[in-house]
Ligand binder design. Structure first.
Ligand SMILES: [Zn+2]
Ligand SMILES: [Zn+2]
Length: 336
C-alpha cells in the first residue's frame, strides 16, 4: 500500500509499504490465540480501516522534529471505512480514537485507556498511523460517523474531541471570562467549544485571517499587537509553541485556571512563582471524548470546514507536510 514513512530522519513516500494486520477475535474471519488476561472480543480485535481523509496536525510536525522519538507512518486524524473487522463494523464509515490501551491494566479497567502506561498511540507511539491507504485500529476505538457528517467534517473529530476534553475537566459557567491563546486549528476548536457554554470567550492570536474565522462563530478576537493585558477566569494555552505559556500565565486571575493544550517537543523556560503566588490551578489537557465531538459536528454547533487549507493526494504527502509547516497554514488534508 501507499504510505508516508518517517524513519527518524526523513519523511518519504513509500508506494509499497507493508499492509497493516487486522486481527479479529471471536469474529468470523480469523481467530487468534488468547493473549493472557485481556478481555476477549472487541478489546482485542483490530479492524482494517481504509483511509478516506487524514489530517496533518501540529503534533505530526513535532514528530518530524523528534517528538516521542517516533518512527513509522505518522498521522492520527482520519475518517475511513472498515474493510476488515467484525461483521457489524464492515463497510461502516468510522473515526478512531488514537490511544490503543492494553485492555488489562488499572487505567484500562477504569476506562482510562488514554492513560494506559502500555499504550501505543496511532502515528505517535509504536503504532503506524493514517498517512497511508490503510490503518489498523482496535475495534474498541472505533466510532461510527453519522451520515449527516461529511468526510471533511469527520476528519476533525480527533482534534475537536481534544477541545471537548476541556469541558470534561473544568466547569465553565455562563458568563465566565475565558481567554484562548492561539488562533491555529486547536485554538480555534477550543474557542468554539468553550463558546458553546455561554462563557465570554476571547481568542488572542497573531493572524487576522484566522481570527476572522473565529469572529464568525461569535468569539471575541484580539490580535496580539493590540493586546491590553487583563485577567481572565480561565486561560486556555493552545499556541503550540513554548513561548505562549508566559503570556497565558500572566492572564489568569488569582485562583483562576490555566489549561495547557500545547504538546511540543521543546522545553518551557518560565518561572512557576506566579502559579504559587496567585494560587492558579494548572490543568494538562490532551485527548478527549469522540462521542461529544461527533455530537457537536452532527448538530452543526461548530464550524470546522472553514479551517481546511487544501486537500493533497497522499502521493504528494511530502509537499502537503511542507505546506502544513508553512507560516499561517490552516488544516492540510491527505486523500489516499
Ligand atoms: Zn493531532
Ligand atoms: Zn492498559
Amino acid at each position: 500500500m501507499q504510505a508516508l514513512h518517517w524513519d527518524g530522519h526523513e519523511l518519504r513516500f513509500d508506494p509499497a509499504y507493508r499492509m497493516p494486520k487486522p486481527r479479529i477475535v471471536d469474529g468470523e474471519s480469523k481467530i487468534v490465540g488468547a493473549t493472557g488476561g485481556r478481555p476477549s472480543g472487541e478489546a482485542q480485535s483490530i479492524a482494517l480501516v481504509k483511509v478516506q481523509l487524514a489530517g496533518v496536525c501540529s503534533t505530526d510536525l513535532q514528530i518530524l522534529k523528534g517528538y516521542m522519538a517516533f518512527t513509522g507512518v505518522p498521522g492520527h486524524e482520519l475518517v475511513g471505512s472498515v474493510i476488515e473487522g467484525p461483521r457489524e463494523w464492515l463497510g461502516k464509515r468510522v473515526v478512531g480514537e488514537i490511544n490503543f490501551g492494553c485492555g488489562s491494566c488499572d487505567n484500562c479497567r477504569r476506562d482510562l485507556s488514554r492513560h494506559c502506561p502500555n499504550r501505543t498511540v496511532m502515528g505517535i507511539v509504536n503504532a503506524d498511523g493514517a498517512f497511508a491507504e490503510y490503518v489498523a485500529v482496535p475495534v474498541a476505538n472505533l466510532h461510527a460517523v453519522p451520515d449527516t457528517i461529511s468526510d471533511e467534517e469527520a476528519v476533525f473529530t480527533e482534534p475537536l474531541a481534544a477541545a471537548c476534553e476541556i469541558l470534561t475537566q473544568v466547569q465553565i459557567d455562563h458568563g465566565f471570562d475565558v481567554l484562548v491563546l492561539g488562533d491555529g486549528k486547536l485554538g480555534n476548536l477550543c474557542a468554539q467549544v468553550v463558546n458553546l457554554t455561554g462563557a465570554r470567550v476571547t481568542a488572542l492570536g497573531k493572524h487576522a485571517d484566522k481570527l476572522a474565522l473565529l469572529k464568525k462563530t461569535g468569539v471575541r478576537t484580539v490580535q496580539l499587537n493590540d493586546w491590553q493585558p487583563r485577567l481572565f477566569d480561565i486561560v486556555v494555552e493552545a499556541t503550540g509553541s513554548a513561548s505562549g505559556l508566559e503570556l497565558a500565565l500572566s492572564a489568569v486571575r488569582p485562583r483562576g485556571t490555566l489549561i495547557l493544550k500545547s504538546t511540543i517537543a521543546g522545553n518551557h523556560d518560565v518561572s512557576l512563582a506566579t502559579i504559587v503566588i496567585n494560587e492558579i490551578n494548572v490543568l494538562g489537557s490532551r485527548c478527549g471524548p469522540f462521542a461529544d465531538a461527533l455530537d457537536a459536528l452532527a448538530a452543526k454547533r461548530v464550524a470546522v470546514t472553514p479551517l481546511i487549507e487544501a486537500i493533497y493526494p497522499l502521493k504528494d504527502g511530502i509537499a502537503a507536510v511542507a505546506a502544513a509547516a508553512g507560516a499561517g497554514a490552516k488544516k492540510i488534508l491527505l486523500r489516499p
